[in-house]
Design a protein around this ligand. Structure first.
Ligand code: USQ
Length: 399
């Protein structure tokens, strides 16, 4: 298939290009390199060194025997996007080109407004361009499990049957996002569903959990094929941060009690799921929602597992509970479904500890890079708008 990846330079985009090429797909992609700039802006850097796009493309060609058709550009540049899609005529468009950080979107008014403008208008431009130049392409849009929030009932995949005052309907499941970033994805979902109904486009909206991991097999040992791995308070996801902390003997930063529970999946499973989604095209006019994660864990439980695996490797890591900078439930019910991908053949790799071992081994040689930016490990972006560093909570106070 011909697959267009928006955001091909990112944490997911770059490995996805490789995973798809290894399966015989033809890949094109666009990127404006904004992620590189955002991470610098917040004082971070990728723990794993990443190469320029020219070097990446050269390595890709050598390893997979085919080029990536790459153009530098932004989804907010409608003429650029429309022309690229018109020229490439993709079978599938994977949209990974959003600002992905909850914390970044909560810094202040301008970061919140930027996040929603970038994400919502970028996605809307994809819908209009599809309508105009490739209306039969399949949009695979990266949403987030965070759209649902943490309701006190099970979470279905996008829709549920509801009975109200004696009448029944099949409706979108309520969204209760927890940051302006997560709300931007909700707004995208509404626009995509509407465009499918109105124009007969087809789309899969992926409610993905938190991704972690340093590698997929297709990268081999060529560092130019490596993806980024952030550990700052904005762009580092929790397991990635914990592993970076562990290798420099920094206490793991659990926010609050750590009872927050989320769905997680390793990078390699994220690739598997996206490929399965691409290869199983929905009907024209269909809008479907997949929940995409492997297992649910509490943050405190994850810290314990990182601590155990670190100890096996001779790293004796402490766990600190920090005053939670976010507004989120720390003790809650959490039971989302994830049947659609399993029905299509997704086989979870299901070995968290093996993945953690790989990550810690990959990160140990990068200690100096992490240490050099260790100030970004303690959060100071607070959901209540007052910017101050979080303090350590006395463990006796955690219920
Ligand atoms: N957390 C800690 N300590 C840390 C970092 C995070 O306790 O050092 C906690 C947070 O308070 C939160 C949980 O871990 O309860 C997850 O935080 P995260 O930063 O790993 O993930 P989140 O902000 O939810 O966002 C990430 C990605 C985002 C994606 C989302 C999927 O950055 O792009 O949409 O995961 S989900 O969480 O399912 O919504």
């Amino acid at each position: 298939m011909r697959v267009f990846i928006a955001g091909i330079d990112g944490y997911l985009g770059w490995p996805l290009a490789q995973y798809l090429a290894a399966r015989g797909h033809e890949v094109a992609g666009a990127d404006k390199f904004l992620r590189r700039g955002w991470v610098e802006e917040v004082g971070g850097q990728s723990a794993l060194p990443i190469y320029s796009m020219d070097e990446r493309l050269q390595a890709f060609h050598e390893h997979f025997g085919m080029p990536v058709l790459f153009r530098e550009g932004d989804l907010l540049d409608y003429a650029f996007l429309r022309q690229f899609l018109a020229d490439f005529q993709p079978d599938a468009i994977v949209h990974l080109a959003e600002m992905p950080s909850a914390a970044y979107s909560m810094i202040d008014q301008s970061h919140a407004a930027f996040t929603q403008q970038n994400n919502v208008i970028g996605s809307m431009n994809v819908l209009w361009a599809m309508r105009e130049v490739c209306p039969t392409a399949h949009l695979v849009k990266l949403g987030t499990m965070g759209e649902y929030g943490t309701p006190n009932i099970d979470i279905p995949e996008g829709f549920f049957e509801v009975e109200f005052r004696g009448r029944k309907d099949y409706l979108p499941f309520p969204r209760q996002a927890g940051s302006f970033y997560h709300w931007s994805k909700v707004h995208d979902s509404n626009n995509i569903m509407f465009a499918c109904n109105l124009w007969g486009l087809r789309a899969t909206d992926i409610m993905q959990g938190v991704v972690f991991g340093t590698q997929i097999n297709e990268m081999g040992d060529d560092p130019r094929l490596c993806s980024r791995l952030d550990f700052d308070q904005c762009f580092g996801t929790v397991i990635n941060r914990f592993c970076c902390q562990a290798v420099i003997d920094h206490p793991l930063t659990v926010f609050g009690s750590g009872g927050q529970t989320r769905g997680f999946l390793p990078l390699r499973d994220s690739m598997q799921c996206l490929a399965i989604t691409i290869e199983n095209t929905p009907e024209q006019g269909e809008y479907r929602v997949f929940n995409q994660f492997e297992e649910c864990y509490s943050i405190a439980g994850l810290a314990e597992q990182v601590q155990q695996v670190s100890a096996e490797l001779g790293l004796h890591v402490q766990v600190n509970h920090l005053d939670n900078p976010r507004e989120e439930r720390e003790e809650h019910y959490y039971r989302p479904d994830r049947n659609h991908l399993i029905e299509l053949g997704y086989i979870p790799t299901s070995d968290l500890k093996a993945e953690l071992r790989t990550m810690l081994r990959d990160l140990m040689p990068q200690r100096e890079r992490i240490q050099a930016r260790s100030a970004v490990l303690i959060p100071d972006i607070r959901w209540n708008g007052q910017r101050e560093r979080s303090n350590i909570i006395d463990p006796a106070l955690i219920t």
